[in-house]
Design a protein around this ligand. Structure first.
Ligand code: UDX
Length: 442
């Protein structure tokens, strides 16, 4: 049963302020806490990392999220947002506790719920009578029961309220959502969680927990499918001499397809799609269904990394050993500093394995950090990184790269080859100064 309500923009004064605990202050927890404080609620955010909490208390935000610093400072100065070490400290005086802890991919592809269970067990002892626990992290279907068992508190209802936040635009995605999804078998608990979002003008979908959890996985899997589809069509365009940019406009003009989320690239990555798509395949298997379509989506994505590598091999005439490759972009997409499951890192690893020398620039990666291969030379300038390179490879669509003069790069590089895996640059400008340009699907 779905109950769809439409919330309309309400003035702050009519908000019933609720005491909220946020367990886990990653990009989901921090964004959720700061935005709920902005909506008028009283929020205490907890993390196990004292250093992180100390930074947050001094207004230092450890991630790049547009608008988040302002909201954190607004919440703290209004006395509606605070940070503590340890989940117990936050949960002991809350009406609603949000679980925003990591749900990493386990060995067999399933989501590892150990952090969720641990957090639930910790707060079970101190949660006020009839408090509500909300699963905000992406958790497999049936996880509300896992949390109920961990809590051992029949008075505490567990509600699914999946996040649909894209990294880099998480604040906007929270405050201007396409929809809010609430899953619970207890109508009163569902309505109480739904009412937290009263300040937003959006569609609120109230359903059962399994449907709410399935909505999250299905949405991400469909988005990944859309991307693998357009990358596959781009490969065909290369074979038939079509231009993917025109094909995307032609396809996307059909409202049932839409032009959004249809940009070809080096493949999709990040902290969600790779993990969630494999988790959904495992969930399907456990439900006696073999999700072959989604397996194909993942296969196409792996092949896309290889197609980009082969374009570089072709650009150096088939011999990569000892060749120098300059790379623009390390993060999994522009607007974030996240390297988790970044296609750029995967492609660089394959090029290093082929004996190439790789030097890279990314505006958010100024020194070697977890996830950057040791053999990779990091540069602090998009111009300097091209010095002596045989090929320039564009892997992340940072705006910085669009405005760099091809004439300048023609003087710094050793070769005149460019592989633009994001179709970011103006092909004609680079060809005019003698570059051989390879894009994706054009
Ligand atoms: C995603 C979902 O969008 C979000 O709803 C969910 O809550 C978390 O996972 P995120 O992983 O932050 O968000 O990034 P997203 O903007 O969705 O991009 C995912 C990948 O697809 C990136 O590697 C990006 O470069 C790629 N992408 C995106 C394309 O290749 N082409 C596009 O047109 C859009």
């Amino acid at each position: 049963m779905v109950l769809v309500r439409h919330h309309y923009q309400l003035s702050g004064s009519s908000i019933l302020s609720t005491a909220i605990a946020i367990i886990g202050t990653g990009y989901v927890g921090l964004t959720t806490g700061a935005c709920l404080a902005h909506l008028g609620h009283k929020v205490v955010c907890a993390d196990i990392d004292p250093e992180k909490i100390a930074k947050l208390q001094s207004g230092v935000i450890p991630i790049i999220e547009l608008g988040l610093t302002e909201l954190v400072n607004e919440g703290m100065s209004a006395g509606r947002l605070s940070f503590v070490v340890g989940s117990v400290e936050a949960a002991k005086s809350c009406d609603i506790a949000f679980l925003c802890v990591p749900t990493p991919q386990g060995e067999d592809g399933s989501a590892d719920l150990s952090y969720v269970q641990q957090a639930a067990e910790e707060i079970a002892a101190v949660l006020p009578f009839e408090a509500i626990v909300v699963n905000k992290s992406t958790v497999p279907v049936g996880s509300t029961k896992v949390v109920e068992r961990a809590l051992k508190r029949p008075d505490v209802k567990v509600v699914s309220n999946p996040e649909f936040l894209r990294e880099g635009s998480a604040v906007q995605d929270f405050l201007k959502p396409d929809r809010v999804v609430v899953g619970s078998d207890d109508q009163a608990a569902a309505m109480k969680v739904a009412s937290l979002y009263d300040g937003l003008s959006t569609r609120v979908i109230i359903t059962d927990p399994a449907s709410a959890e399935t909505i999250k996985y299905a949405a991400n899997a469909f988005l990944a499918t859309k991307l693998s589809f357009v990358n596959a069509v781009a490969a065909i365009c290369e074979g038939v001499g079509a231009d993917i940019n025109d094909v995307v406009v032609g396809m996307g003009s059909d409202k049932r397809i839409g032009e959004n989320f249809l940009r070809p690239g080096p493949g999709w990555g990040g902290s969600c799609f790779p993990k969630d798509s494999r988790a959904l395949i495992k969930i399907a298997e456990d439900a006696n269904y073999s999700f072959d379509l989604l397996k194909g989506v993942i296969t196409v994505n792996d092949q896309q990394f290889e197609r980009v590598v082969q374009k570089v091999v072709q650009a150096v005439g088939g011999e990569t050993t000892e060749k120098t490759i300059a790379v623009w972009g390390l993060t999994f997409k522009a607007g974030t500093d996240d390297l988790r499951d970044s296609p750029s890192i995967e492609i660089i690893k394959r090029l290093l394995a082929l004996g190439s020398k790789v030097q890279a620039f990314d505006p958010t990666v100024t020194n070697s950090k977890p996830g950057v291969p040791e053999q990779l030379n990091l540069s602090l300038s998009p111009i300097e990184v091209t010095v002596g390179a045989d090929v320039l490879l564009v892997l992340t669509e940072w705006d910085d790269f669009k405005w760099i003069s091809p004439t300048t790069i023609a003087t710094t590089m050793n070769g005149k080859q460019i592989v633009d895996a994001r179709n970011l640059l103006n092909r004609k400008d680079w060809e005019q100064v003698g570059f051989t340009y390879q894009g994706i699907g054009r």
